[in-house]
Design a protein around this ligand. Structure first.
Ligand code: PEP
Ligand code: MG
Length: 754
């Protein structure tokens, strides 16, 4: 940069600081900064747009236009040059806007006076939150130096735009426009996808008003009739609903058994015997159970309580004769809104018409969420008061990607939802076409693609994805779904089913990885201060060796005559790996002595998810048959950052030099030692992250079934040689995150990263 430019940059910085440090309201500061940069750059006009509602770019400051445009002419996301800059998160300079394909003309701004444009995005934690632009009447070629200056200003503006003061201002503006804050709600997504339709508020809980009854016989007759009718209807509903196979069907079957449970029924009968009405007796039976179980931290038991609440409500509905609100709504597209819900409740509606589900008290493991996911219904939960807010018949949109609910969405949002739904449908069809095509890069390198499985319905992906095998079987999941600890025989059954389903495909079993966030209903946990770095995973199974012995015995039996691959999670040093491997080898010998059929080959590996093991990798690789990187835990321990804490979610990025260097080290050492190496953490399930992985040298990726098509499409559009060069260069970067660079790289090189 020549001297005048340096001087000018210094001037700009000084002025920026002065403006930022004043006591002026934030909107005033934006205006002053804009005026300053317009003057400094000798532009004729300027604007500062901020993203509102995630969907619009609204001008918050403008200067030099023949009319005041602030807060007047909003743009849709992606619209015009401003929208283009925000969408691509990159600066743009155009000498003649009228020739640019993205330019959209808004006569109400008087912009026909202007010819040239320069825009820079306001970025916060990798997301565009606004755009600053300059406009010139004469044709002007913006220099790199000018763009850099504009970017510096954008950086300062992004701090102001993200301030609490600005958030308040945005809310005030929305209120002034008559958009109450009840238009859009933020919740937690439990199942992805978009849906829009007519709200149906799911059966409100029945209040029991009549508590005592004289006529016990009459109450018993009422109970029996209601109970019989309820079970008859449930049986019919289940028989007429095509649910396929999988975990959700097991859940629904368990629910049906629960509804027929004799113990529960007898309890209600007993309550009637003590003088209660049938309704009060049903409610009391629930309360007894709730009192016993609600204090538990046990997720599984809590889910059973949800089911019991649902069956209780259902039976109360039959007793009072007031059954299902939902049936009365005649609309082609339904959004079901509930406080809480049992899995069978979805069957009260024509589930093919359900476009979304909102559950105020929802949790990711609740059964209805698992069933909804299996049926492809987006679910958003944990929005306080939403159940009371939404009324049956209102138009509601559910964004299960980012966890938003829109009540009475305006026309533009409705259009966006319809477009997104159509786009997703098109994408799904396109990705399905990739099934039979090889996972080969453009320059011919084959990437092996495996599945991560755990729940029964994950297994359907074995056929639908045409995968190379199972790269991670999370064996703790069937343990978590079971009511008691499965013995060797039951475990052998689970594992054999998987082996049979996979035919000749490779299967990697991971030994039990419980503790921390994965709790077993039948074990008591001592409540450690730091469970993620506490007594968990291999640490438990080495200390409670009988569990590990039984599990590996089941692995050996299920793989008799085939190849067995076993890996151990959370290994922190070589000694731990040796101990675990020895346990397996001793069991193998025992099986041989017992003349039991054994696998024809046994490969023993470990997960790389604790940083200490990377510093002992050379020795480990001499004794391990394979390794698999668990990037979820590796990142959590490397950055000292709880993987489940939403406040930290955007702070550290696996796409940053420290983490990628760690990954490079692992794949390089494995390559030198000629030991098979894969990645089975979430990184492999995300196309842009998987792009970095193949660039680093990983050739075996194991991912969730739902990510398969998107990752394959990335692989098939990438030129690996070029990607490798680029990723190696990126390792030198000092940026907090390399995500924007990688995304730009992919966009510029036609690599598909949906
Ligand atoms: C990981 O940590 O990356 C991993 C695959 O294991 P889990 O997510 O089951 O802890
Ligand atoms: Mg892990």
């Amino acid at each position: 940069m020549e001297t005048p430019a340096i001087n000018q940059a210094m001037d700009i910085l000084r002025e920026l600081r002065q403006i930022a440090e004043t006591e002026d309201p934030v909107s005033e500061k934006l205006k002053k900064i804009l005026a300053m940069i317009v003057a400094q750059m000798k532009a004729d006009a300027g604007t500062c747009y901020l993203i509102v509602d995630d969907n619009y770019l609204e001008p918050f400051a403008s200067i030099g236009f023949s009319v005041e445009i602030a807060h007047k002419v909003p743009l849709r996301a992606g619209e015009g040059l401003i929208g283009y800059v925000a969408q691509n998160k990159r600066s743009l300079a155009v000498a003649d806007v009228w020739t640019h394909p993205q330019f959209s003309y808004h006569p109400e701004t008087g912009e026909e006076e202007f010819k040239s444009f320069a825009g820079a995005p306001l970025i916060r934690f990798g997301r565009a939150i606004g755009v600053i632009s300059l406009h010139n009447k004469e044709m002007h070629e913006y220099t790199n130096t000018e763009i850099e200056m504009l970017e510096t200003v954008a950086m300062v503006m992004s701090e102001l735009a993200a301030s609490d003061e600005m958030t308040e201002l945005k809310k005030e503006l929305a209120r002034a426009r008559g958009q109450s804050s009840r238009e859009k709600y933020k919740g937690v997504s439990l199942s992805k996808g978009y849906g829009i339709g007519t709200a149906v508020v799911h059966r409100r809980r029945q209040a029991v008003t009549q508590i005592f009854a004289e006529d016990k016989e009459g109450e018993l007759r009422k109970l029996e009739a209601a109970h019989t009718q309820m079970n008859k209807d449930l049986d019919e509903k289940f028989a007429s609903t095509k649910l396929g196979i999988g975990e959700h069907v097991d859940i629904l079957d368990a629910y049906r058994m629960f509804a027929k449970d004799k113990g529960w029924y007898q309890k209600i009968v007993g309550n009637i015997g003590s003088g209660l009405t049938a309704e009060a007796a049903v409610e009391r039976a629930y309360e007894d159970m709730w009192n016993r179980l609600s204090g538990t931290n046990d997720t599984y038991m809590r889910e059973r309580l949800h089911d019991l609440r649902d069956i209780t409500d259902r039976l109360l509905g039959y007793l009072s004769g007031d059954r299902m609100d939902g049936k009365t709504v005649e609309a082609p597209d339904l959004i079901v809104v509930a406080q809480t819900m049992g899995p069978a409740d979805l069957m009260d509606y024509d589930y093919k018409k359900i476009r979304g589900l909102i559950i105020e008290d929802g949790t990711p493991t609740m059964h209805v969420a698992i069933v909804a996911k299996a049926l492809g219904i987006p679910v958003v939960a944990r929005i306080r008061g939403i159940y009371e807010e939404i009324k049956t018949g209102e138009l509601v949109a559910v964004d299960g990607m980012d966890g938003y609910v829109y009540v009475h969405p305006g026309q533009p949002i409705q259009e966006q939802f319809r477009a997104k739904i159509a786009e997703k449908e098109k994408l799904r069809a396109r990705l399905a076409e990739l099934r039979s095509l090889p996972a080969k890069t453009k320059d011919g390198t084959r990437i092996n693609m495996f599945l991560n499985v755990g729940l029964a319905f994950d297994l359907d992906y074995i056929e639908t994805t045409n995968c190379d095998g199972i790269g991670l079987y999370r064996t703790e999941i069937p343990f978590m779904a079971s009511e008691t600890m499965p013995d060797v025989e039951r475990q052998t059954g689970y594992y054999r089913e998987l082996m049979d389903r996979c035919g000749n495909k490779k299967v990697v079993f991971r030994s039990l990885d419980v503790g921390s966030d994965k709790l077993l209903p039948y074990w008591s946990y001592s409540g450690e201060d730091n469970p993620a770095i506490g007594w968990r995973s291999i640490r438990i199974t080495l200390d409670r060796r009988a569990i590990l012995r039984q599990q590996v015995r089941a692995f050996l039996r299920a793989s008799a005559g085939k190849e067995l691959n076993v890996m151990f999670p959370m290994i922190s040093n070589l000694a731990e790996f040796r101990e675990a491997k020895e346990t397996l080898m001793i069991e193998l010998e025992k099986e041989k002595r017992r003349k039991q059929p054994v696998p024809h080959k046994v490969n023993v590996g470990l997960m790389i998810e604790v940083p200490s093991i990377v510093f002992q990798l050379e020795a480990v690789l001499r004794e391990a048959d394979f390794i698999s990187v668990g990037t979820n835990d590796l990142a959590q321990f490397m950055f000292a950052c709880d993987r489940g804490n939403p406040r930290l979610a955007e702070r550290y990025d696996v796409l940053s030099a420290p983490f990628l260097k760690m990954m490079r080290e692992i794949v390089e050492q494995a390559g030198k030692a000629k030991v098979y190496c894969s990645v089975c953490g979430e990184m492999a399930s995300n196309p842009i992250e998987a792009l970095a992985l193949i660039g680093l040298g990983f050739r075996n990726l194991s991912m969730s079934g739902s990510a398969f098509g998107r990752v394959k499409s990335m692989i098939r559009t990438a030129n690996l040689n070029e990607v490798e060069d680029y990723v190696m260069r990126l390792l030198k970067s000092e940026n907090r995150t390399l995500r924007p660079q990688l995304i730009s790289y992919a966009n510029d090189h036609g690599i598909e990263i949906y």
